[in-house]
Design a protein. Structure first.
Length: 111
C-alpha cells in the first residue's frame, strides 16, 4: 500500500526548495509555523518567544447587528476588550517559593 503512495508521490515532491538564508530563512520558518500550527494553540507562545510585539496585544472585536424597519440588516464593529501588550509580559513571574530559596535570585521586572 505505501509502495503505491511513493510511486504517485516521489521523495521530496511535496517539500518546497529552501532558497532563503539568514533573517529571511527565520521569517520563512516563523510563517510556516503560523500556518502549520494555526489552530493548535502554539502561536501565542511562539510570538512571545520571538518577542514579536506586532502579533501580540490586540483588541478583541465584536459585531453589533441591527435590522431596520424595512428589513435590511447592517452591522457595526466595536471593541469588546482592549488588550494592550506590555514588555513585562514576555517573561513569567518567578514563583515566590523559588525566590525565597535563592535570595540572590531577582524577580523578573514588573512582578
Amino acid at each position: 500500500m505505501l509502495g503505491n503512495l511513493s510511486v504517485r508521490c516521489p521523495q521530496g515532491a511535496l517539500q518546497p526548495a529552501i532558497t532563503s538564508s539568514g533573517a529571511e530563512l527565520l521569517e520563512d520558518i516563523k510563517r510556516e509555523r503560523r500556518v502549520e500550527l494555526a489552530f493548535e494553540g502554539h502561536n501565542f507562545f511562539d510570538e512571545r518567544r520571538w518577542m514579536n510585539e506586532d502579533h501580540l496585544g490586540f483588541d478583541v472585536k465584536g459585531l453589533k447587528w441591527t435590522m431596520a424597519a424595512d428589513g435590511t440588516v447592517s452591522n457595526q464593529e466595536y471593541t469588546v476588550v482592549n488588550r494592550p501588550w506590555f514588555e513585562r509580559q514576555y517573561y513569567l513571574p518567578i514563583p515566590a517559593s523559588e525566590v525565597e530559596k535563592a535570595p540572590s535570585m531577582v524577580q523578573n521586572d514588573g512582578y
